[in-house]
Design a protein around this ligand. Sequence first.
Ligand code: G1P
Length: 291
Amino acid sequence: MTQKIRKAVFPAAGLGTRFLPATKAIPKEMLCLVDKPLIQYGVEEAVAAGCTEIILVSSRGKASMEDHFDRAPELEANLASKNKTALLEVARSVAKLAKVTVTRQAEPLGLGHAVLMAKEIVGNEPFCVILPDDIVDARTACMKQMVEAYEETGSSIIGSEIVEGDAIQNYGCLKVTPDSKNPRLLQISDMVEKPKPQDAPSQNAIIGRYLLTPRIFEMLETITPGAGGELQLTDGIKALLKYEKVYGFTYEGKRHDAGDKLGFLKATVEFGLKNEKLGADFRAWLKQFPL
Ligand code: G1P
């Protein structure tokens, strides 16, 4: 029997410079795909995977993220007084998703450092890490698929996909051999953060989904700055490999890099087309463009 996965950490302390000027006063995680901020997609995925506690690793000027998941008494009173019950339910339901705890990363020292900030709140249990830029559209929530893989292996699981050509230099890269029993699992023997294309051991990229055993915190306390001079989560997991098995996981679904302007636009169009209420009208409207 594996320990139940209850907690999900959301590193969300970055300055969002890739998205300026939009992110000058608004956290990147609060940019909206159709009608929901990016971070809500991630939180809903964690909840679908069975998590009940969300840990936001935040920073100065980003309090709108925690407000989003809190009750909004004035808004609720206003909607109630106007009998707008459907909207009232929408506003309330966000606050009911999960218990949200906030910790801060005071300095931008890297993703590994951001995850380490959640050590005390996570405690001694396995937990998820979701990078809110990576939106995974899947029939079964990506993190739920990974929780199932964890229940099968009892080991840390890292979301992975094949990327084309030089794109691997933008990701953590896994050296893997396929698992003989489960075709979605990859046995990891090594990993490297943002390799030069000629040095990449494979085209297997890490995506922003991790399920980690708590020993990762010990590793993150010992690593030194790596790629980009930052404390990298990839280096922490590589250190973990000396003690425990870690698996890559080929998830079912489609990932959007919503932290990138073009990726965000693509996701907006796809999610707009799929939207139950808006999709048909949006599709009809798009037809006027000679594509
Ligand atoms: C981070 C990780 C990287 C991973 C990527 C997935 O990089 O460090 O290993 O492949 O997320 O989105 P970042 O995109 O924050 O530079």
